[in-house]
Design a protein around this ligand. Structure first.
Ligand code: BTN
Length: 246
C-alpha cells in the first residue's frame, strides 16, 4: 500500500504516535497509514520532552510503516527518510532548511520541525515503525524563542492539507529507496542537507568544549566529528552543539 492511502484525522488525541501505537496493539493498522490531529494533549518530543503546538495551526502527523525487510543495522535509514522528506517539502515552498543531527529540522538556526521515531524490533528486523512529525506551519508565537514556522519564514498562510499532501508525495518517492535497500543514496541526500557538515564549529563532549568539524555519520547513524585530528563518533547523549557565545 502507498504511504497516505489511508489517512485518519482527529480534532484531538493525546499523541498521534500513541494513537498509532494503540491501533497497532489492536492489530487495526496497515503499512502506510497516516494519523493526524489538530491538537495533542500529550504530544511527545525526543528524550522525554513535550511537544506543544497551538490547536489547528501546525502539522501533527504520524506515519505507520511496516518495512518488508529492514534490519536493525539499517534502521538509521528511517531517520534519513523522514528528515529528507521534510527538507524537500520546505525546499519546494521556497524555504531552505537543514538537518541538525540526528533529525531536527532547522531554518536559520531556528527549529521548524521535529521527528520522533519509535521502532518495534523483532529478531534483528524492524517489524514496524511509527514516524511522528511535528512541523510548524501557521503558528507565529512560540514559548521557545528558538522556533520558527512556514508562516514566519514565508509570510504566507499555508493550508495544512497542502503541506501534508506534499509530504506524503515526498515520502512515497523516498520510500522506494528503502524498498530497494538503496541506503547510500538516501544517506547522501541526508548529508547534503546536514547542518555544519564540513565547517568548523563549537561542540561539547564529556571532556569539554572543542572546535571540530562534522565529517559525516557512521553506518549506525553516529555523528562523526574530527576533533584535534582524530575522527570521533558520538551518540545523541554524548555531544552538544554550542553557539559561538557559549
Ligand atoms: C522532537 O523534536 O523533540 C520531536 C517532536 C515530534 C513531535 C511529533 S508531533 C506528532 C507526533 N506525535 C507526538 O506525540 N510526537 C510527534
Amino acid at each position: 500500500m502507498q504511504i497516505g492511502q489511508k489517512i485518519m484525522r482527529f480534532d484531538r488525541v493525546d499523541s498521534t504516535n500513541n494513537y498509532t501505537a494503540n491501533l497497532l496493539k489492536e492489530g487495526k493498522i496497515v503499512h502506510g497509514t497516516v494519523i493526524m490531529a489538530d491538537t495533542q494533549t500529550a504530544g511527545r518530543g525526543q528524550r522525554g520532552t513535550n511537544w506543544t503546538s497551538n490547536a489547528g495551526e501546525n502539522l501533527l502527523f504520524s506515519l505507520f510503516i511496516a518495512p518488508d525487510n529492514l534490519s536493525v543495522e539499517n534502521q538509521v535509514a528511517l531517520t534519513h527518510f523522514a528528515s529528507i522528506g521534510i527538507v524537500e517539502v520546505l525546499r519546494k515552498i521556497g524555504i531552505s532548511a537543514e538537518i541538525k543531527w540526528p533529525n531536527d529540522i532547522y531554518v536559520n538556526q531556528k527549529k521548524i520541525a521535529g521527528i520522533l521515531i519509535e521502532n518495534t524490533i523483532k529478531g534483528g528486523i524492524i517489524s514496524n515503525s511509527i514516524i511522528g512529525i511535528g512541523l510548524n506551519v501557521n503558528q507565529i508565537h512560540f514559548e521557545n524563542f528558538n522556533a520558527t514556522s512556514i508562516k514566519i519564514e514565508t509570510n504566507t498562510f499555508s493550508s495544512i492539507d497542502s503541506i501534508v499532501f506534499k509530504l506524503i508525495d515526498e515520502l512515497n518517492t523516498l520510500w522506494e529507496f528503502i524498498q530497494k535497500s538503496d541506503f547510500q543514496t538516501i544517506k547522501k541526500r541526508y548529508l547534503n542537507s546536514l547542518y555544519q557538515l564540513g565547517t568548523k564549529a563549537l561542540y561539547q563532549d564529556d571532556s569539554g568544549k572543542f572546535e571540530g568539524v562534522i565529517e559525516g555519520v557512521s553506518e549506525m547513524g553516529y555523528l562523526q566529528i574530527r576533533k584535534e585530528g582524530e575522527l570521533k563518533e558520538y551518540d545523541l547523549k554524548e555531544i552538544s552543539f554550542l553557539v559561538a557565545s557559549d
